[in-house]
Design a protein around this ligand. Structure first.
Ligand code: ARG
Length: 591
């Protein structure tokens, strides 16, 4: 069961092949102009090919010959030729009605199910002890959408938060805590067990200790050295420090679960850098044995540059000259861990584009080590969310905006919109604030996802929360409106029934709905949620036109027409909800 577009595409390719032209010139696409829903531009390409073969053929004649061959095709109502030889294609009403019925019956609503792969999506990437900030937003939102896109295609997908919980930041925290509370048992170098089970710090303590230490270390070399030593001792396995690290991670994970939960983002794996540290010694042995490491100025590196390459790719740093492990090392060890634990077919990293080089280096080393093939590792980068000044978003005081505060800003902007438009004026306070939360979050997520992910965009809560235009709230409104129509229909005892597509707006709606499978496939293939955003927006617009031109519940609508239109409304609702769900966006029941 494929879409009308896919079936037309196959028919035209076959026809052009039968006419001795290559299939790839004869693809069918949605028309961007004119009344015909679809067009095939193959005749122009065919004329070009004929010319190369020494035949002189007019594209309009080729188009006419293709049309003749396809005259009786069951999907096609009529075809005509436009301009130099475009074939305009009008599918038949029967074909459209049948396709609508197929979509109603199909649980997956036209989403193709390729061979199922085992995939890990590495996203989120928040750091232990640092409160979540706006920089974590995009990875969480885009990563969640990509995970869900791959899941609806039937893949076996695990999301891993891959926390930053190793390295200098831990040394900063440990040493800063020691300065504040030197008598804690964790700092007794002779003590190796029986540490308290209750954490000596809260998330607020951590959020205070970290900047305190890192600021002090910036101006004071001695202070920095203290953090370095603590980091090295931690990495060497000092018991008290390991116990502290355990507390830091637990306290942070609890806070991160709340933070990501508020964004509607869920992880299957709460792993991080620290948990793969025990794998590092063996990994380094293996890499040495494979002969791909080199000593360089006391450091241990892997050269990953290929011969004749234009851009410079610095080597992977496995061990610093101090013996410390680095970001490359933990990412490589994570690859070792994932291979042993999950043996995934594919790992997708949804991380800021500014880390592209890091991933290029790590991937090359993993391929060199023969652990993965290059096509199994993929970095999905993204641009930044900027302030009105065009620079990565900051608070008015120039600091980093906490994610919590960002969500508050969205909430407030959404509430203002509800007030302005009188939405939910007669609902109680609790329901209204829940609606504002959903509207604010939908506004933020949709505004983020609808951009091509590599472009930067400007944070503009007012524009994001508008109920008109290509926004999250517009889509929620479309969903809520259909829900309310369906409630009314139920109250009136109107029943849904077979779809019979007649009016142009009905046709247009079904054809829009029929594009869902393709939008999901392309979105997933390119790791580009904006393609799905475009699709959902188009469906919402098509519904809006349908609803204004094709009355459903007004007196005088014949029962069978009402029944058909109700089924169309239900189908649209189901698709909008499925699509929004993939994007991680939740709609209220009413507003
Ligand atoms: N914690 C890192 C950061 O804040 C992001 C982690 C991304 N994932 C990875 N496997 N390196 O920059």
């Amino acid at each position: 069961m494929s879409s009308i577009l896919d079936r037309l595409d196959a028919a035209f390719r076959e026809t052009f092949t039968a006419m001795d032209f290559p299939a790839q010139i004869a693809g069918v696409q949605e028309s961007t102009r004119g009344d015909a829903p679809f067009q095939c531009n193959g005749a122009m390409g065919a004329a070009g090919i004929a010319k190369k073969r020494g035949e002189k053929l007019n594209p309009r004649d080729i188009a006419a010959r293709a049309i003749e061959r396809l005259q009786d095709h069951p999907l096609i109502e009529k075809m005509d030729i436009g301009g130099p030889g475009f074939i305009n294609i009008y599918p038949s009403q029967t074909a459209i009605s049948l396709r609508a019925a197929e979509l109603v019956a199909d649980k997956k609503m036209g989403i193709a199910q390729p061979d199922s792969l085992s995939i890990i999506v590495d996203y989120g990437g928040a750091n232990v002890a640092k409160p979540m900030h706006v920089g974590h937003l995009r990875s969480a939102v885009i990563g969640e959408a990509i995970k869900r896109l791959l899941r609806v295609q039937g893949h076996n997908v695990l999301g891993d938060v891959h926390m930053g919980d190793w390295g200098l930041q831990m040394g900063h925290l440990i040493s800063e805590l020691e300065i504040e509370q030197p008598n804690l048992p964790y700092f007794d170098a002779d003590k190796t067990e029986d540490f308290p089970t209750k954490s000596p710090v809260t998330m607020d303590d951590l959020a205070r200790l970290y900047p305190q230490a890192s600021n002090a270390a910036k101006s004071d070399k001695g202070r920095m050295e203290r953090s370095r030593v603590a980091t090295a001792e931690l990495q060497a396995g000092r018991a008290g420090y390991m116990a502290l690290l355990g507390h830091f991670i637990d306290v942070s994970v609890a806070a991160l679960k709340v933070g990501y939960g508020n964004l509607g983002v869920e992880f299957d794996l709460w792993k991080g850098e620290a948990c793969v540290d025990p794998l590092i010694p063996d990994m380094i042995q293996e890499l040495k044995a494979k002969g791909i490491t080199e000593e360089d100025d006391g450091a241990l590196i892997i050269r990953v540059e290929e011969e004749g390459e234009k851009k410079e790719i610095p080597p992977v740093m496995l061990l610093a000259s101090s013996g410390a492990v680095l970001y490359h090392t933990t990412d490589l060890a994570t690859l070792v861990d994932r291979k042993a634990e999950n043996n995934p077919d594919l790992i997708v990293y949804v991380v800021d584009q500014r880390q592209a080089l890091h991933f290029e280096q790590v991937f090359r080393a993993a391929v060199k080590a023969d652990w993965y093939k290059a096509e199994q590792l993929y970095h999905v980068g993204f641009g930044t969310m900027n302030g009105k000044d065009g620079k990565p978003f900051k608070t008015r005081e120039g600091g980093v905006l906490r994610l919590e505060d960002l969500l508050d800003i969205m909430n407030e902007a959404a509430m203002k919109r509800l007030d302005e438009s009188g939405i939910g004026a007669d609902f109680d306070e609790a329901e209204r604030s829940e609606i504002a939360r959903k509207v604010g979050l939908a506004a933020l997520k949709f505004a983020d996802l609808q951009n091509q992910r590599l472009t930067n965009y400007v944070f503009d809560p007012e524009r994001f929360t508008a109920f008109e235009g290509k926004t999250g709230p517009y889509l929620l409104y479309a969903v809520v409106r259909i829900k309310s129509i369906l409630r009314k229909a139920e109250a009136q005892g109107a029943k849904a029934g077979d779809i019979n597509v007649v009016a142009p707006a009905e046709q247009q709606l079904v054809l829009a709905l029929d594009g869902f499978g393709r939008a999901v496939s392309i979105s997933a293939e390119k790791y580009s949620p904006h393609i799905l955003c475009d699709h959902i927006y188009k469906v919402a617009q098509a519904f809006s036109r349908f609803y204004s031109e094709c009355p459903i519940l007004v007196d005088g609508t014949p029962a069978d027409v009402k029944a058909s239109r109700l089924t169309l409304a239900m189908l649209t609702l189901r698709q909008l909800e499925m699509g929004l769900n993939i994007l991680g966006i939740e709609a209220p029941d009413r507003m």
